[in-house]
Design a protein around this ligand. Sequence first.
Ligand code: FES
Ligand SMILES: [Fe+2]
Length: 421
Amino acid sequence: MPHFPKPAEGSWTEHYPELGTGPVSYEDSISPAFFELEREAIFARTWLNVGRIEQLPRVGSYFTREIDAARTSIVVVRAADGEVRAFYNMCRHRGNKLVWQDYPKEETAGTCRQFQCKYHGWRYSLEGDLTFVQQEGEFFDLDKADYGLAPVQVDVWEGFIFVNLDATNTVALRDYLGTLAHGLEGYPFGEMTQVYKYRADVHSNWKLYIDAFAEFYHAPVLHAKQYVSDESSKLMGYGFEGLHYALDGPHGMVSSWGGMAPPKDPSMVKPIERILRSGNFGAWDPPDVPGLDPLPPGLNPARNRTWGLDSHVFFPNFMVLVWATGWYLTYHYWPITHNRHIFEGTLYFAPAKTARDRMRQEMAAVTFKEFGLQDCNTLEATQTMLESRAVSQFPLGDQEILLRHLHHTAGEYVAAYQAAQ
Ligand code: FES
Ligand SMILES: [Fe+2]
């Protein structure tokens, strides 16, 4: 889909007539039955981002990923040939979970030469081949070649590792991600290896947290206390407008203003931000890494001078935020039940060269955490009231187009799945 400019008259939303403009039901976020359908229709069928290539630096590096929404666990590994492989994290003997440390539900990572089951010691190569069976002679016509680990489709886009649990899937990852992703290609994601990570167990539907990060106009209201009070009331007075919105298939993006990094007038921001030259938008001065100038064509699609960041929502549960100041963030939302999910927010910076750079990153990371907690704080309150079903239809504004699209898309996937059954 092309990027449409906002017309002088009309709206972003009306460019996509299939979305409609009427009130939206949030039944999809409170219905246990709908969530059971989402497991199969969405999480067992789409490409899911499970990590970054930097997590597999050498042959034998591996990590596990719990995918509760699809009721499974996988192990992702760099095999002897250097390629990334993924397998169901399950021993072929009697089904024990293969790779875990002290607690079977906890994810783990490390480096090994082979995988060995904790139960009876069956061993598997990094390619998933069964190489050793304890007391092999006591089995009946057991051909080890028939008992390799069950493979999972895996592919890598710009260093992001994705899996697809549908063995019959024929849609290549890059085709699935579509034109919005193509527009990000070439960004130096691989240079940003200093990682700060937050994880939260949130008692809301997974889509509600995406909703909270898929529009920015709540910022002057919900996050008012994060700003110098004069600026906060000014922002409230003007109203916040995103610079650009676009949808492509199940995915979407919003582009936002970034006038605080650096601010036009230093008094617009708090003293610690002035001293450090860093804040919510990251360190104000971009790092010296190749690939930031010029930026890939998909970034700042409105070519606006005050551009601050682009936020891409890749269906179903992966977001990438690229900031004008030269760093990026990812969000993941891993459903557990219809009203609970694990949220992960991960910040990626170029490695700090000085202590001051490091302080700037820490400043951005703790500021992000404050914003994230404020966003999170509304979710459980929203979930409980939605579950009361006192009201069932909700009006969404034009800047809420990505939310409207997300719920519409989830509904379409579920409907297509039901039709195919
Ligand atoms: S279950 Fe893995 S070796 Fe028996
Ligand atoms: Fe927010």
